[in-house]
Design a protein around this ligand. Structure first.
Ligand code: GAL
Length: 668
């Protein structure tokens, strides 16, 4: 179990470094991410490097037994760079150049930025590749975090090259984008621009490709650094830190290039349900690279600085959320940052070592958590043996949130999270995967909400899943367009129709609550009467039978949920987006029908259960004490148990396969 945080020694004097290492040992820190924003200190001028200080820090950490995740420091270019090369700066769609003075002020496609980043990384890796303290390379930081897209001339040139590569000819591009519409037909790639500010809607194919391009440019930066590190002979794992469901970067594509998935997560402690969305994020990370552990690279010990209002974490909440990561496959928990800054934009951001020092609750909790993580035996590797797949797809996300749709207020991740929360309340383990990863061997139930853009391979996988015995619950606005964001011949649900036994004639957008027009579509079925939102589609039965019908509104009496036997499996189609209670009822019904067992039954509200191989983690996110029946070896207390008592934010990790597992009778 790795434990530690971002360490920014360049903000402190050498005297403090010595104290830091001593305190890190006291806190049980095993690893720090070093020098993430140290470029201006490492390279005071072009061609001039200063590594002497970093040598001393790394040696000091090494002597103290603290391993180093060495950052390449390329996320915040130093002032000399924009002074000499202003063309590295990114530009917004409106043509505003984003200046320096913050961080991430570089155009990812800028050849000058890339050359200078490569020079820094080359110098760093040549110096430290063999240093025994270095256990991992931390490339850049949160690619795309503040700069979601760049529209500069660098981007323009790179976008044209990217499109040439993708389409080969301008005719193929015209065909893919449907440029016959609105007189957009190009006769040369040199006429194509990033989707900069325009009088009205952009071409959807162009928007989608620009999203792909933006993700690819960031990934190219990562791969450039990774290749430099490997070429220098470094053998340590290489990673960059993700940000959960982060729209600009297609992590499902990026994952294969990460030796370890690492993630940064900042759930809002003011939101009593945010632990479920945090669990969604952990499960997404675990699902990106199945069977391998992942690391929580950043979280906060207490209050943040960047929300409009920044509530502190409640006592023990930080430890509870840390154990949620461990229970869901993480092999380490780290923080931003080790020592609270004295100056700068993040001085109010809590840290492992607070500004107020070691006599604080945060410090006590930090040292306790370090000791607990250090006491854990090796846990089963990442897998959760989930039998439920929640289908999430970045390209579909990009396309479904493009403008000019029947409903332009559909928030893709919010819809996914609503389903996820329903499954989480039922203590069922879930993998979050693209459609191509859904197989009947791996899963019994797949839920695919709003899978608007469906690639041929994804359609094939989902159909084969049903034919092979799986239960597919497809939500509305699914299988509408192909990978170009264009309709296919033959209407909608053209690929999944046979497995679902329905087609769609109209999407039936609903008004937003409080607006004029019908905003809710009640549906009645075996799960009771629940509310649908956003869409109430007109379903045409092509072999399926209705399980639930709309009860009122413009689709009164029409099918709202249908069922179709296909091969050995079942295809369900849901013609509306259920609200929170609706998703809850429907998820319960679908889980029953698919025969999915929870990790544990009968848990009090607010108690979470997660499975990692034979280890069951239970966490009480509520404020009332709870007792949970679970038999096995309590790994933190080192004793056999048949039940565990959890105070507010209390947790237990129970190995249910341990040889000294107590039986309920023996324990009595
Ligand atoms: C992350 C970033 C850190 C720090 C942190 C604050 O986005 O990687 O450097 O800024 O947020 O919460």
């Amino acid at each position: 179990m790795h434990y530690g945080g971002d360490y920014n020694p360049e903000q402190w004097t050498e005297e403090i470094w010595h104290e830091d290492v001593a305190r890190m040992r006291e806190a049980g820190v095993t690893m720090v991410s070093l020098g993430i924003f140290a470029w201006s200190r490492l390279q005071p001028a072009e061609g001039e490097f200063d590594f002497a200080w970093l040598d001393r820090v790394i040696d000091l950490l090494h002597e103290g037994g603290i391993a180093v995740d060495l950052a390449t420091a390329t996320a915040s270019p130093p002032p000399w760079m924009h002074e000499r090369y202003p063309e590295i700066l990114p530009v917004t769609a409106e043509g505003v150049t984003l200046g320096p003075g913050s961080r991430q002020h570089y155009a990812p496609s800028s050849p000058v930025y890339r050359r200078l980043a490569a020079e820094l990384v080359t110098a760093l890796v040549e110096r430290y590749a063999d240093h025994p303290a270095i256990v991992m390379w931390h490339v850049n930081n949160e690619y795309g975090c503040h700069l979601h897209a760049d529209y500069s001339d660098n981007a323009r040139d790179a976008f044209r090259a990217w499109l040439r590569e993708r389409y080969g000819s301008v005719d193929a591009l015209n065909d893919a984008w449907g440029t016959a519409f609105w007189s957009q037909r190009y006769t040369s790639f040199d006429q194509v621009l990033p989707p900069r500010a325009a009088p009205y809607s952009h071409n959807p194919g162009q928007l989608l490709d620009f999203r792909r391009f933006t993700s690819d440019m960031l990934l190219e930066c990562y791969l450039m650094e990774k290749e430099i590190i490997r070429a220098a002979g470094a053998t340590q794992p290489i990673t960059t830190n993700f940000m959960g469901a982060f729209k600009p970067a297609n992590y499902q594509e990026w994952a294969e290039h990460m030796d370890v998935i690492t993630d940064d997560a900042y759930p809002d402690p003011d939101d009593p349900e945010s632990f479920r969305d945090a669990a969604f994020q952990r499960d997404l990370m675990r699902s990106l690279k199945p069977g391998t552990p992942w690391l929580l690279m950043e979280q906060v010990t207490g209050a943040l600085n960047w929300r409009p209002t920044n509530a502190p974490k409640a006592p023990q909440q930080m430890a509870a959320l840390s154990m949620q990561c461990v229970g869901r496959g993480a092999d380490g928990v780290l923080f931003f940052q080790w020592r609270q800054s004295r100056a700068g934009a993040e001085k109010f951001h809590a840290a492992m070592l607070p500004h107020a020092g070691t006599g604080t609750r945060i410090w006590r909790e930090v040292t306790e958590l370090g000791a607990q993580l250090g006491s854990l035996p090796e846990l089963p590797s990442g897998g959760a043996d989930a039998r439920v797949a929640l289908v999430m797809d970045w390209e579909s996300w990009w396309a479904v949130e493009s403008p000019d749709h029947p409903s332009n207020v559909l928030d893709y991740v919010a819809v996914l999270q609503r389903w996820y929360r329903a499954l989480h309340r039922r203590h069922v383990m879930v993998d979050i995967v693209p459609p191509e990863r859904v197989t009947a061997d791996a899963y019994d139930l797949a839920i695919a909400p709003a899978l608007y853009l469906l690639r041929a391979g994804g359609a094939e996988a989902l159909s084969t899943f049903v034919a092979g015995g799986g239960h597919l619950l497809a939500g509305p606005f699914t299988d509408v367009v192909d990978e170009r964001d264009a309709f296919l011949d033959g209407g909608f649900l053209t690929r999944l129709g046979p497995a679902l036994g329905v087609t769609i004639e109209d999407f039936g957008a609903l008004a937003q609550p409080g607006g004029t027009g019908q905003s809710e579509a009640p549906l009645a079925g075996p799960f009771g009467t629940v509310a649908g939102t956003l869409l109430a589609e007109e379903v045409v039965l092509r072999g399926a039978t209705p399980v639930a019908t709309f009860a009122g509104g413009r689709r009164d009496g029409d099918p709202a949920l249908t069922e179709h036997a296909h091969g050995e499996g079942t295809g369900w189609y849901l013609a509306t987006v259920p609200d929170e209670q609706g998703a809850d009822a429907l998820a319960g019904w679908a889980l029953d029908r698919a025969g999915i067992a929870p990790v544990l039954e009968g848990l009090p509200v607010g108690v979470e259960a997660a499975q990692r191989g034979s280890v069951v983690t239970v966490i009480n996110h509520g404020s009332e004490p709870a007792v949970v029946d679970v038999a096995g070896r309590d790994l933190l207390r080192g004793e056999p148990v048949t039940e565990v008592h959890l105070d507010a934010f209390g947790y237990a990790l129970v190995d249910t396969a341990a040889s000294d597992t107590a039986t309920p009778d023996a324990a009595r």
